[in-house]
Design a protein around this ligand. Structure first.
Ligand code: ADP
Ligand code: MG
Length: 608
C-alpha cells in the first residue's frame, strides 16, 4: 500500500492538503520532522498516514487525556487500529489495550507524557517495535509557548530509554522562533525537515465589533448563526457564568467550561458540546486545546484575548472541516486594561525572577499588537498573516474591514479639548479616570462633578455635542498612540506626557478611521447556495440517529463537509459514495446503504 491508498482507503480523501505530502514523505524516508501549521490545517494526517505504512507502532504524545479517547474513536471508526493508554482508563480497559499492543494489533498508541516513564509503559516499549514517536501540540515543551507543560520534558528521557531511536515527528500551530528552536533543541531532533505552511485559513471570516452593549451584539451574532455550533470565549470565569446564564435565560442551548468547575462537570459539559447536545459553549481559554470537533461554525471572543497567537489558535477552532465559518471579537477599551492587569500580576512560579520579567515584557508587547488588530482600519486577515510573517495582499474581501466602508475623521480639535481638560485638572492638582473626564467634557450635572466645583473649569461642557461613545473612542485612541499615559495605583487615571505637547502646542493633526455605517457582514456563504439545504437537514438527522445508536459524536460518523458533499454529488451507488470527501472504505461499508437510501428517497420525492 502507498500513501495515496491509505489516504483514500482510510480517510476518504482524494488529495493531500498543502504541506501534508512533504511531511509524510520526509517521515517515510526516515527523517525527523517539525510541522508548523495553523489549527485546522490537518496536522494529524501527517503522522497518521505514515503510521499506517511504517512497520511496528507509532506512539503519539498528546497533552489532553480527556480528548485522546475521541481521537482513538475517530481513528477506529475509519478502520485504523489505535488505542490510548492513560489514567482515565479502568484497570481492565488498560490491560486490554496493553495486550492488544503486545500482540502487535495496534498501529497507533496515544499516551500522556507523564505515562511514558511508568514501569508498565517502559516494559511495553522494550518489547515492541516503535517506528515513530510523534509529539502533538509540541509547543507545550517550551516555556515561551502559551501552554508550557513541564511533563513534556519527560519525552526526551523516554526516547533515551529506547534501544532503537524511532523517527521523531513534532507538530504545532505556534510559529514563533523561540518556540520552534526550543522544540528542536529539547527533543534533540536530528537535522529535521521543518515545514511551515502559510497561515491563511481562507474559509474563516474575521470581524471586530466595538459594541456599546456586548451581550446584545452577541445575541445578534448567535441569531445570525442559528442552529450552528459555536464557542464564546470570555476572559474570566465570572464572565463565563454571566454570559452562559443569560444565554440560557434567553432560551439558547448553552453550556459552560472553566477551571473553577469540577472535573466531572467539565467533562460532562465538554461532551454535551462535542456530541451536539448543546450547540453553544461559553468558556475561558481553558477550553479547546486538542478539541477536534470539526463542525464549529463560529467563535466569538466576548473579550479581547491577550495576544494574536492565542486569538488565532482559539478562533481557528472554527471551520476545521473547511466549511465557511466566522470569527468575531467584541472589543472594548476595558479589555486592554484587564489584560494589562492580568499580565502584570501573573506570578508564574515555574520561572525565576529574571525570566519572569522578560516574559512579562514580551506579553505586554504582544498585547499591544492584539489591540492594534482590534483598532485597525485595514484588512484583518492581512494583519494576522503579517504578524506571523506571511505575506498577504491588503484586501481579502472576507473580513469586516474589507466589507465595510470607513471614513477618515479629523479629530485634532477634539483631541485638543480632551488634553486641555486633563491639563486644567492638573493645574488644580487633580487626576481622574476616563469616565470622569468624559463627564466633565460633556458637561455632566452629576454630583461628583458639581460638588468639587469642576463645572467652573474652562473645559467643562466643551464637548457637549460629542456622543459619549465617540469621546471614549477618541480617548482610547490617544492612549493607544501614546498621547495620554495611564497611571495610578488604586485606579487608573489619565495624565499628560511629553507627546501630548505635540497636539496641545505643536499643531499636530490627528485622524481616525471611523466606520461610516456598520454594513453587517453578509454571511450567506456562496458554498451554501450550492448545497440542497433540505437534503442536508435530512442527512444530518440520519447522522444524529446513527451516532446516537453507536454512542459516538455525530462528527465521527460524518463531518458536515462530507454531508454537504453528499448533497452536491447525490451519489447513487457505493462506487459514487466513495467519491464523497471524507468517505473511506470502512465508512462506506458501514453507512453507505443507509445514506444512499435516504438520498435516493429524497431524490424520488423531489422528482415526483
Ligand atoms: P490540526 O492541524 O488542527 O491538528 P486536524 O488534524 O484535526 O487539524 O484536521 C482538521 C480537519 O481537516 C479534520 O476534520 C480532518 O479530517 C480534515 N483533513 C485533514 N486532511 C485533509 C485532507 N487532505 N483532505 C480533506 N480534509 C482533511
Ligand atoms: Mg491537532
Amino acid at each position: 500500500m502507498d500513501k495515496f491508498s491509505v489516504l483514500s482507503k482510510y480517510f476518504g480523501y482524494k488529495s493531500f492538503r498543502n504541506g501534508q505530502e512533504q511531511l509524510v514523505d520526509s517521515i517515510l524516508s526516515g527523517s525527523d520532522v517539525l510541522g508548523i501549521m495553523p489549527t485546522g490545517a490537518g496536522k494529524s494526517l501527517c503522522y497518521q498516514v505514515p503510521a499506517m505504512l511504517l512497520e511496528g507502532v507509532t506512539i503519539v504524545v498528546s497533552p489532553l487525556i480527556s480528548l485522546m479517547q475521541d481521537q482513538v474513536d475517530a481513528l477506529r471508526a475509519s478502520g485504523i487500529p489505535a488505542g490510548c493508554l492513560n489514567s482515565s482508563l479502568s484497570d481492565e480497559e488498560y490491560r486490554h489495550v496493553l495486550s492488544e499492543a503486545y500482540k502487535g494489533e495496534l498501529k497507533i498508541i496515544y499516551a500522556a507524557p507523564e505515562r511514558l516513564l511508568s514501569q508498565g509503559f517502559l516494559n511495553l516499549s522494550s518489547q515492541i517495535k516503535i517506528s515513530m514517536l510523534t509529539v502533538d501540540e509540541a509547543h507545550c515543551i517550551s516555556q515561551w509557548g502559551q501552554d508550557f507543560r513541564p511533563s513534556y520534558l519527560k519525552i526526551k528521557e523516554f526516547i533515551n530509554t529506547l534501544e532503537y531511536r524511532p523517527v521523531i515527528s513534532a507538530f504545532t500551530a505556534t510559529a514563533t522562533k523561540e518556540v520552534r528552536d526550543d522544540i528542536i533543541k529539547i527533543l534533540e531532533l536530528n537535522s529535521p525537515f521543518v515545514l511551515t505552511t502559510g497561515f491563511d485559513r481562507k474559509n474563516l471570516y474575521f470581524e471586530v465589533q466595538t459594541p456599546r452593549d456586548k451581550f446584545t451584539a452577541l445575541l445578534r451574532i448567535i441569531e445570525k448563526n442559528r442552529d450552528k455550533c459555536g464557542i464564546v470565549y470570555c476572559s474570566t470565569r465570572k464572565n463565563v457564568e454571566y454570559v452562559c446564564s443569560r444565554l440560557c435565560e434567553a432560551g439558547y442551548n448553552a453550556s459552560r467550561y472553566h477551571a473553577g468547575l469540577s472535573d466531572k462537570e467539565r467533562k460532562h459539559n465538554q461532551d454535551d458540546f462535542i456530541y451536539d447536545r448543546k450547540t453553544i459553549m461559553v468558556a475561558t481559554n481553558a477550553f479547546g486545546m486538542g478539541i477536534d470537533k470539526s463542525n464549529v461554525s463560529f467563535v466569538v471572543h466576548y473579550n479581547m484575548p491577550k495576544n494574536i497567537e492565542s486569538y488565532y489558535q482559539e478562533a481557528g477552532r472554527a471551520g476545521r472541516d473547511g466549511e465557511p465559518a466566522s470569527c468575531y471579537i467584541l472589543y472594548s477599551g476595558q479589555d486592554v486594561r484587564t489584560n494589562t492587569f492580568l499580565i502584570n500580576n501573573d506570578e508564574n512560579s515555574e520561572l525565576d525572577e529574571e525570566s519572569r520579567k522578560l516574559v512579562k515584557q514580551k506579553e505586554l508587547e504582544r498585547l499591544k499588537y492584539m489591540t492594534f488588530y482590534c483598532r485597525t482600519a485595514g484588512c484583518l486577515r492581512e494583519f494576522i498573516l503579517k504578524y506571523f510573517g506571511d505575506s498577504s495582499s491588503n484586501y481579502c474581501g472576507n473580513c469586516s474591514n474589507c466589507n465595510s466602508n470607513f471614513e477618515t475623521v479629523d479629530i485634532t480639535i477634539d483631541s485638543q479639548k480632551i488634553l486641555s481638560c486633563i491639563y486644567r485638572l492638573r493645574e488644580r492638582k487633580l487626576r481622574y479616570g476616563i469616565g470622569m473626564i468624559i463627564s466633565i467634557l460633556r458637561g455632566s450635572k452629576a454630583e461628583k462633578v458639581i460638588k468639587p466645583g469642576l463645572n467652573t473649569l474652562s473645559t467643562y461642557g466643551i464637548m457637549k455635542e460629542c456622543p459619549e461613545r465617540r469621546c471614549r473612542e477618541i480617548i482610547n485612541l490617544l492612549i493607544e498612540n501614546g498621547y495620554i499615559t495611564i497611571c495610578g495605583t488604586d485606579y487608573p487615571v489619565l495624565t499628560l506626557n511629553h507627546k501630548s505637547r505635540e497636539i496641545l502646542f505643536e499643531k499636530k493633526q490627528l485622524e481616525m478611521k471611523l466606520v461610516r455605517e456598520q454594513i453587517s457582514s453578509d454571511n450567506s456563504h456562496p458554498e451554501d447556495d450550492k448545497t440542497d439545504m433540505k437534503l442536508f437537514s435530512i442527512l444530518k438527522e440520519l447522522r444524529r440517529k446513527t451516532a446516537d445508536l453507536e454512542g459516538v459524536p455525530a462528527y465521527i460518523v460524518f463531518s458536515d463537509s462530507s454531508l454537504k458533499d453528499m448533497c452536491r454529488k447525490m451519489p447513487e451507488n457505493k462506487e459514487q459514495f466513495l467519491t464523497v470527501s471524507g468517505v473511506g472504505y470502512i465508512k462506506s461499508e458501514k453507512y453507505g446503504d443507509k445514506f444512499l437510501k435516504a438520498i435516493n428517497e429524497y431524490k424520488c420525492g423531489a422528482e415526483a
